[in-house]
Write a protein that binds this ligand. Sequence first.
Ligand code: ZN
Ligand code: ZN
Length: 403
Amino acid sequence: MLMIICDGLSDRPVKLFDHKTPLQAAKRPAMNSIAKRGMSGMMDVIAPGVVPGSDTAHLALFGYDPYTAYTGRGPIEAAGAGLKMSKGDVAFRCNFATVDPSMNVTDRRAGRIKSGTDELSKLLSGLKIEDVEVAFKEGSEHRCVLVFKGPGLDHRVSEVDPHTEGEVLVSKPLVPEATKTARILNEFVSESYRRLDAASINTKRRKDGLPPANIVLPRGAGSLGNLDSMPERYGLKCAGVAGVTLVKGICRMVGMDVPDVPGATGGLDTDYLSKGGSALKLLDSHDFVFVNVKAGDVAGHDGDFMKKVEIIESIDSMLELILRELHEDVVIAVTADHSTPVDVRDHSADPVPVMIAGGGSRMDSVKEFDEVSAASGGLGRIRGRDLLPIMLGMADRAKKFGA
Ligand code: ZN
Ligand code: ZN
């Protein structure tokens, strides 16, 4: 099975371009050939009228209920940074920041610190507070991630990050079960100040006139809840090909193998053919391969119609390469994680076109892949969570319910 997500692909009719969407305006022979030999439909990725984030959308596309599987950005960022999480752990995304001695934040990003954060992380990773172990890792610039491992933790705590200059807040439990976590979090933040403020890197930064990275401000607390990995849930060996860290993090969080693909950047210059080639190779060793191509979303946020058309045509050449090699038994789905209309310059609640071909797929009368043609297809209107089960059915991998 192969699932290709064109991030932010779908759009609205644009007056200036003859009321076409970028997808309708693009030359897309490979997409159309998939539509011709398979089934099309429309998909509300989360639910009708809900504007999806890329994170919640991808969880839905992998078959999870985003309302229970998504508790905060922490676990996704932790997985993206390569920190392993188990059920019961609580993860946070954090910033290295600068505070004065009375704990007022003077720079939330510690001057966008460029180097030395690996050394600072070593001062915090492995720390033990009560019976809770601390895993900590630096990310790019001032970004870092934090995982608490231990009994009796709960992610429902209030934030310590004031999100602006001002006093560091004291975390409070939002439910009685989170009392311990709030206490550990407050202790961690104080301890981060004690350890980092005295670090030699910060002595040097002060000397150089730079703001010291002398505290960690965690936010976006989340846990894995009852989330089973995709291999546990579906019995599938899964792999993900993505350029952007957020999507890579989600793939790792749900238990996919995430190889590094040369040239896959997640930006406008991403190497489409290299992504397509990697996906084909991964299909030899995995039951389910997922590909995210981010660039269409970027063009949507930029409000650039012609750029979006160009990107769709590049994605189409990637698909052409894949189709040349792909066995007809392999179930392939092509869709988007949400619409990012160029006139909106942000995500919208508009449903996305989806098509599935290969395996036991039926053939409907739809011959083109776009927001209008897909609406008359045999898949009808589905939700994001339905996509993977439908693919499993077409691949003869669905389980019988009853006798
Ligand atoms: Zn997205
Ligand atoms: Zn976006």
